[in-house]
Design a binder for this molecule. Structure first.
Ligand code: FES
Ligand SMILES: [Fe+2]
Length: 455
């Protein structure tokens, strides 16, 4: 199918509704996108001890993230090799073996088939158990505690897959004070379903700065950490606001860059302990990161279905596809592991107020995705493409602000200027995945200079 010329026409700024509602395209997407890309599975703070597991998902597949007895981390397909039963039906826990509920085969936490009922009597000891262990992902990466996996052994390393997006994921996983990999998960993972295609939230988190009107009510209510607006805007008001798109990778984010020498205005001024903690972290960050401390995180999307909110609130999301017309959203909440309990408690309240099924900001978004999807499914509606013409041709590739170089395609924006370049970057990569035969073709950055990557 001619994805790039027919369904995703970036030069014209048009994307067909078919890619959101057509079941054949959805089925092809499972093979071409989700069976080949690197996908976020969970965080190692969810499985600190040997035998700990967390049941996650990769595309439509249920997978088990677990730590074996030797403390090694694995990701297995959660499907028994005998007749396919889900070997682990809990969300998380600790075990020495996964025993299949159907006929009782059991698998060690390193995936080996270690128990077969009536092995001697029924199988006459003939079954080669070494061949029937749990299916394991082709590659796994523990990046600063976040666990990523792919089913494709020819995929590039996770770091190569991220490209220049690394520093934005770092803002999520490193400490507020800039120390490396300080994040831990706060509480459980929130899971819920929305009747829309998974690409609605993926596109939105890529950097839809244009939909602020949707959040007028939360701004007025003042759900932010200091009780005004949706977030504390001090640092953003003195910063450059940027769309940053990583061409050839399909990752993108909204980002703020503070002027040189600027200390962010104090945020989180609701309680003395919380305010003092963040003041301390900001000062430490300047010492630890130098000029890079000027980068202030915001929403972003790692292709295909992982979203970041690296600051206010600090959460990640997975958009699990559940058929063309449904997405299962999972939201992970992060704090620094050594933050005072009062800070963690405060952040929990703010995160839940903002994100997740009860989060007031996320509810606004879900309302839009739900109704936009439903109104795009009819035979008449499907004839008309969506419009992605905003800001075509305005991206620059060598962006620098007061000595800080920002890699990627960058668009300098304000609260009323915006661009749909992040969405175009996302769908450009989506179309490449849908058309490319293998990872050799998908690793486009190895074949052509970056400058040629623009539309
Ligand atoms: S399906 Fe698991 S033991 Fe038969
Ligand atoms: Fe939103």
């Amino acid at each position: 199918m001619g994805y790039r010329r027919g369904l995703v026409d970036l030069a014209a700024g048009q994307v067909s509704r078919e890619i959101f509602v057509n079941p054949d395209i959805y089925a092809e997407e499972q093979e071409r996108v989700f069976a080949r890309a690197w996908l976020f599975v969970g965080h190692d703070s969810q499985i600190p001890n040997p035998g700990d597991y967390f049941v996650s998902g990769m595309g439509e597949e249920s997978v088990i993230l677990c730590r074996d007895r030797a403390s090694e981390i694995h990701v297995f397909l959660n499907s028994c090799r005998h007749r396919g039963m889900k070997v682990c039906r809990y969300d998380e826990g600790n075990t020495s073996v996964f025993t299949c509920p159907y006929h009782g085969w059991s698998f060690a936490t390193d995936g080996r088939l270690v128990g077969v009922p009536h092995f001697r009597e029924a199988y006459h000891s003939q079954l080669d158990r070494s061949q029937w262990g749990l299916v394991e992902v082709a590659q796994l990466c523990n990046y600063k505690g976040s666990i990523w996996a792919t089913w494709d052994k020819s995929a590039p390393s996770f770091e190569e897959y991220l490209g220049d997006f690394t520093r934005y994921l770092d803002l999520q996983l490193d400490g507020w004070d800039g120390r490396e990999g300080q994040a831990e998960l706060l509480g459980g993972v929130q899971k819920w379903r929305v009747p829309c295609n998974w690409k609605f939230p993926a596109e939105n988190f890529s950097g839809d700065t244009y939909h602020n009107i949707s959040h007028r009510s939360v701004d007025l209510v003042g759900i932010g950490p200091s009780g005004s607006g949706r977030r504390d805007m001090g640092e953003r008001n003195v910063s450059r606001k940027l769309h940053v798109c990583i061409p050839d990778r399909g990752h993108q984010t909204i980002h703020y860059v503070l002027p040189k020498g600027e200390m962010p205005p104090p945020a989180y001024q609701n309680a003395p302990v919380v305010a003092e903690y963040f003041r301390h972290c900001e000062a430490e960050k300047q010492k630890n990161l130098g000029d890079l401390a000027r980068l202030v995180g915001s929403p972003g999307e790692i292709f295909p279905n992982t979203a970041l909110l690296s600051r206010q609130p600090r959460t990640m999301a997975i958009w699990h596809p559940r058929g063309p017309n449904e997405v299962e959203c999972w939201r992970f909440f992060y704090v620094d592991r050594d933050a005072p309990q009062e800070v963690k408690n405060f952040l929990r309240d703010y995160y839940i107020r903002y994100s997740g099924p009860a989060g007031m900001t996320e509810q606004d978004d879900m309302e839009n995705w739900n109704y936009a999807h439903a109104a795009s499914r009819g035979v008449i509606a499907r004839r008309y493409p969506y419009n992605y013409q905003q800001g075509i041709g305005t991206a620059v590739t060598d962006y620098e602000y007061e000595g800080l170089r920002v890699p990627g395609e960058v668009i300098d924006i304000t609260d009323i200027q915006s661009s749909e370049q992040p969405a175009r970057n996302f769908y450009r990569r989506w179309a490449e995945f849908m058309e490319a035969g293998d990872w050799d073709q998908l690793a486009t950055w190895r074949h052509r200079p970056r400058a040629a990557a623009a539309e």
